[in-house]
Write a protein that binds this ligand. Structure first.
Ligand SMILES: NC(=O)c1ccc[n+]([C@@H]2O[C@H](COP(=O)([O-])OP(=O)(O)OC[C@H]3O[C@@H](n4cnc5c(N)ncnc54)[C@H](OP(=O)(O)O)[C@@H]3O)[C@@H](O)[C@H]2O)c1
Length: 325
């Protein structure tokens, strides 16, 4: 097999494409022949040692991928060689083959494209857990999605629409805003050129959004929190902008609002049945055409470093997918 190997925590530039011995699956594991893998923001952080999960070196990055079961370890009965599957494994996806615990493998329903499967569970799982479970988003409520043209952002936008909410998409360029409106957002705000608070006031008749979905953090958090509606829910998803915001707590008091933490990976570990039910609902929405990954670019696996650069420089709209020939 071949894979991108991370031997030092010096970022994507230090990754090397290497020949490696093809591993055999142990008990409870399967080997997957990877067809497609997608890039998620945590992949950027993990190769710099900046993610909350720090795998021992060397490791193959790549948290999310899809392909076919290639070999099955002892005690694995529900997966057979040849089955099309997706996997969320934290690492291992940016190569030709990966060993994964069977519990982290999702057999694909008929009609689920491998390209979409490689770009699905991480972002849609996170956004479903955030909006449907943690925020209890209701039909008719208004959601502000920050970083709305990114991976989790586009998933949040589509899920909020599937639930019947009104979506205000916010992003850093007119092109990203146009994409969000094309995906169904009811309104958009370019937070590089517009005043976020003023725009939110006029788009919500002064009331503010019921739910804020924030994967960006930094300087956007305080004006977004100040704008939230009475009984609003502020979803803390991530800090792609770099800064972890510090908010004055009196803002939560004044709005009767909640700051709601979202950690999808931990939810999957701690509440596997609830997570499986959420993924089941998402698969149904996919089959009905209510949600579909937005593919920014399809690149050969050899272009992984270019993909990292594109994500790190805020150019990605939706998801970047890397393919093995
Ligand atoms: N809590 C969880 O369970 C969970 C799960 C998955 C991901 N996450 C987090 O969610 C965030 C987004 O992940 P993603 O995979 O959707 O990433 P992504 O596709 O790159 O989207 C991130 C968005 O953040 C904005 N951004 C602002 N400043 C940026 C900067 N300096 N560099 C890059 N992007 C910047 C960009 O939108 P604009 O250019 O429009 O501002 C970009 O579209 C990350 O922080 C990730 O760790 C959390």
């Amino acid at each position: 097999m071949q894979a991108w190997l991370c031997e030092t925590l010096d970022g994507a530039e230090a990754l090397r494409w290497q020949d490696l011995p093809t591993p055999e699956p142990g008990a409870g594991e399967v080997r997957i022949a990877v067809k497609a893998a997608s890039l998620n923001f945590p992949d950027l952080l993990i190769v710099r040692g900046q993610y909350q999960i720090k795998p021992p070196l060397p490791f193959v990055p790549g948290a999310e991928f899809a392909g076919h079961v290639d070999a099955v370890g002892e005690g694995v009965n529900q997966l057979q060689v040849g089955m099309p599957v997706a996997a969320i494994s934290g690492t291992g996806g940016f190569g030709t083959h990966a060993i994964v615990k069977a519990a982290r493998v999702l057999p694909l329903p008929a009609g689920f494209a491998l390209e979409d499967a490689a770009a699905f569970a991480f972002t849609y799982g996170t956004s479903h857990h955030a909006l449907v479970d943690r925020a209890q988003l209701q039909s008719g409520e208004t959601v502000l999605v920050l970083g709305a043209a990114g991976g989790v952002g586009t998933a949040a936008l589509q899920i909020a629409k599937a639930v019947g909410a009104r979506v205000i998409a916010a992003a850093s360029s007119d092109e990203k805003c146009a994409l969000c409106r094309a995906l169904g957002a009811d309104a958009s705000i370019n937070y590089r050129t517009e005043n976020l608070r003023e725009s939110l006031k006029s788009l919500t008749a002064g009331k503010g959004p019921d739910v804020v979905y924030d994967p960006v953090g930094g300087d956007l958090a305080e004006p977004a929190f100040r704008s939230i509606a009475w009984r609003g829910r502020y979803l803390v998803i991530g800090f792609a902008g770099g800064g972890i915001p510090a908010l004055p707590w009196n803002l939560a008091l004044l709005k009767g609002a909640s700051v709601v933490g979202v950690f999808w990976g931990e939810f999957v570990q701690r509440e596997p049945q609830a997570s499986a039910a959420a993924l089941g609902e998402l698969a149904q929405w996919y089959a009905k055409g209510l949600i579909k990954p937005v593919i920014d670019q399809r690149l050969p696996m050899s272009e992984l470093k270019a993909a990292f650069t594109r994500m790190g420089t805020r150019q990605v709209c939706g998801k970047l997918v890397l393919f093995n020939a």
